[in-house]
Design a binder for this molecule. Structure first.
Ligand SMILES: [Zn+2]
Length: 321
């Protein structure tokens, strides 16, 4: 069962928002941002494909935590998917890479051949092993009995071809690199391996509580800074969801003078865009400025309707995640 759902990564939402608002339409940064959006979408879709395979593990003895970020002084570590069972735990590293992948165990490297181009990648096994050690340490730091920790690297794109470099046979630990569709069968092999264990090593309830309590949401980072853009590079206003042009407000409704579409809720996307692109708090004045809304009263009504966390005097509002 799913103990922690996966949400679309904030970076992906920010990238979509920036492309909605970047002006002029032929801005020189647009192709780079569009390319990044493609990569981020592919990564997220790959993770969702793995979630699909794991969704077959409905038994209560399986707890699945997606996209965890856990503190381990002086830093944090991230796990794409973590399966916790009473007898073992299994961090899964998810890779979405199209093409033919060749693993060279001698040099610990992975190379991709795709459309005639060869690209090198760090050895995912080394990466997954590091996650395993971090997780071990996390159990230890939290005074939880340390269970056996296994690991897998799941390739989410079914068209990926995995191959050993010539002269090498598939040897452990490279057999931990699998296609996502084989996850469930790999997990049942692990169940058989630990079946003999009489005692349950992991206290599922306590582990779940600690994992969820300690999980950190990703820090707010400015996407404008990432692409060296200014607020002036963004179109302000409530955008029409039919033709993407700026709408005007008429008697409680947003109206598009370009395609005549009208909407009662079009401002919600605009406010989301503000939080994704500008900053995590908003005042009445900032809302009016971003939504191109002349009335302070209307802005106040909108802010109140959003069910956000207002400060004591109602001076600014923050988005509740
Ligand atoms: Zn329109």
């Amino acid at each position: 069962m799913i103990a922690k759902e996966r949400k679309p990564p904030r970076k992906l939402l920010q990238t979509e928002a920036i492309l909605r608002r970047l002006q002029p339409p032929n801005h020189p940064k647009r192709p780079t941002i569009e390319q990044d959006l493609k990569k981020r979408k592919a990564g997220y879709n790959g993770e969702k494909a793995v979630d699909y395979h794991l969704s077959f593990l409905t038994d209560k003895k399986y707890m699945i935590f997606n996209d965890l970020k856990l503190p381990l002084a002086p830093d944090y570590f991230q796990i794409d998917s973590l399966l916790v069972t009473p007898h073992y735990s299994l961090p899964i590293e998810i890779k979405n890479i199209a093409g033919t992948l060749t693993i060279d165990p001698e040099f610990n490297q992975l190379s991709k051949h795709y459309q005639g181009i060869e690209t090198g990648y760090p050895d995912p096994i080394t990466q997954a092993k590091r996650q395993m050690l971090f997780l071990q340490k996390w159990f230890y730091n939290n005074k939880l009995p340390c269970p056996p920790i296994e690991f897998l690297v799941a390739f989410s794109n079914p068209s990926t071809i995995l191959r050993m470099a010539s002269g090498h046979r598939l040897i452990p630990p490279y057999d931990k690199m699998i296609h996502a569709q084989n996850l469930v069968s790999e997990i049942s092999k692990l169940n058989t391996k630990y079946n003999g264990e009489e005692n349950e090593i992991i206290d599922l309830k306590k582990t779940k509580r600690l994992l969820l309590n300690q999980h950190q949401e990703h820090h707010y980072s400015s996407i404008l800074t990432t692409y060296q853009l200014q607020e002036a590079d963004l179109i302000k206003g409530v955008l029409c969801d039919q033709c993407t042009k700026v709408m005007t407000r008429m008697t409680g409704t947003w109206f598009c003078p370009h395609c005549l579409h009208s909407s009662k809720t079009a401002h919600l996307q605009a406010i989301d865009d503000y939080f994704l692109l500008i900053k995590p708090t908003i005042t009445n004045r900032e809302l009016r400025d971003f939504l191109l809304l002349p009335s302070r009263r209307t802005a106040a009504t909108i802010l109140q309707s959003l069910n956000m966390n207002g400060s004591k005097k109602g001076v600014f509002y923050t988005q509740s995640f």
